[in-house]
Ligand binder design. Structure first.
Ligand code: ADP
Ligand code: ADP
Length: 227
């Protein structure tokens, strides 16, 4: 059974009196353990697709199943529980808490879940080490580079052991060298622990070593490449 399956997925936004079609019927299957890039120009629907799969927003029509369960069958509480248990998020602007250091930022999802501080600290330390930041536990975001901040955010996304990590334009605020390193890091984490990753980008140069890329144009899948 696939991890993600979307069928005839459509999303329209209401903008004043106008309806803006953002997704016009997307059929996408992602198997467990895959590493998938969603790419396309600005406005092609990448964020919308990732937000729908991440249960942050709901479709206008069509369905999404995660591990065979149709999201339409969940109420808001059910969706937020599912989200907290199985999905980690990475954002283009990192979304770290500025007054917390790196370790505290990564501990946060565990503490929200109710883990004890000691166990949360241990898991967070392990994740930060895994992303190459063992020397930066006590650094606040403003004393870290963009690439280091995104590593903290990736550690935070993984610390609850989600089945799926969704990264919406994770490299949009990074230079090209750092962007390539972040994609490489996510690929390594994907291989090491079988977590499924789906990330979006408008930068085609980041795709050359990505196994599977789904190209969106104007709310539709225009092209699929599997290497
Ligand atoms: P991308 O992530 O590829 O840039 P988006 O999913 O953000 O694309 O946007 C797809 C389309 O939907 C665009 O035309 C965008 O302007 C529109 N859109 C996105 N969010 C909203 C919103 N909240 N209200 C109205 N239109 C939106
Ligand atoms: P990205 O494509 O990087 O996700 P955007 O700049 O497209 O970022 O969107 C940022 C936010 O603005 C999102 O919450 C999106 O839903 C909203 N948005 C995008 N386009 C529109 C629009 N035309 N009208 C209103 N809100 C929009």
């Amino acid at each position: 059974m696939p991890l993600i399956e979307t069928r005839r997925l459509k999303k329209n936004y209401q903008l004043g009196k106008a309806l803006v079609p953002a997704l016009r019927g997307v059929d996408l299957i992602v198997e467990e353990g895959e590493f998938v890039a969603v790419w396309g120009p600005s406005g092609s629907g990448k964020s919308t697709l990732l937000n729908l799969i991440g249960t942050i927003d709901t479709p206008s029509s069509g369905n999404i199943s995660l591990k065979g369960r149709d999201l339409n069958e969940f109420d808001d509480n059910g969706l937020s529980e599912l989200r907290n248990q199985s999905i980690g998020f990475v954002f283009q602007s990192f979304n770290l808490v500025p007054v917390f250091n790196a370790l505290e930022n990564v501990m946060l999802p565990l503490q929200i879940k109710g883990d004890k501080a000691g166990s949360a600290r241990e898991k967070a330390a392990q994740r930060l080490t895994q992303v190459g930041l063992s020397d930066f536990f006590a650094h606040r975001p403003d004393s870290l580079s963009g690439g280091q901040r995104q590593r903290v955010a990736i550690a935070r996304a993984l610390v609850t052991d989600p089945s799926l990590v969704i990264a919406d334009e994770p490299t949009a605020n990074l230079d090209s060298q750092t962007s390539a390193e972040i994609i490489e890091l996510m690929q390594k984490l994907n291989q090491d622990q079988k977590t499924t990753f789906i990330f979006s980008t408008h930068d085609q140069r980041l795709l050359n070593r990505v196994k599977r890329s789904v190209r969106l144009i104007d709310g539709r899948i225009a092209q699929e490449e599997v290497y």
